[in-house]
Design a protein around this ligand. Structure first.
Ligand code: SF4
Ligand code: SF4
Length: 129
């Protein structure tokens, strides 16, 4: 991962088109576990804009403080975290036809070097820059 969209989101649609890897789903997507409520970042796809921008583009575009916050890196170390989050409905990890759930043990994603406490506290992304 990843960054995460919170219930502060006002569904303004400023972020999704900014994402270089199409990791953001609108509130009307049936792949979004928060369908009908808010936008959603797919952690198995988000690369935290590494190799694309110096700051996460979605967070730069977002007008709402606290709407886009840090989450854990999408790495093997956090495989249980994402597995449990998927079971709890916090995430809706894509199911690949042959590889199964696209958890970090199947494919890790890039992440930015930011303090871990910003991730564990789900701090506002733009406050790190
Ligand atoms: S941090 Fe970058 S890659 Fe991740 S959802 Fe936002 S724009 Fe997309
Ligand atoms: S830009 Fe922010 S408020 Fe607008 S849809 Fe994206 S996360 Fe929600």
């Amino acid at each position: 991962m990843a960054v995460m969209i919170t219930d502060e989101c006002i569904n303004c649609d400023a972020c999704a088109s900014e994402c270089p890897v199409a990791a953001i789903l609108a509130d009307d997507s049936d792949k979004n576990p928060f369908e009908g409520e808010r936008f959603y970042v797919k952690p198995e796809t988000c690369v935290e804009c590494v190799s694309h921008a110096d700051t996460p583009r979605c967070a730069e575009a977002c007008p709402t403080e606290g709407s886009i916050v840090w989450d854990m890196p999408f790495t093997v170390e956090f495989n249980d975290y994402y597995t449990e989050g998927n079971e709890a409905g916090t995430y809706k990890i894509r199911e690949h036809k042959t590889k199964g759930l696209m958890l970090p043990t199947v494919k890790e994603q890039a992440f930015m070097d930011i303090p871990m406490d910003a991730r564990t506290s789900h701090a506002n992304v733009m406050d790190s820059f």
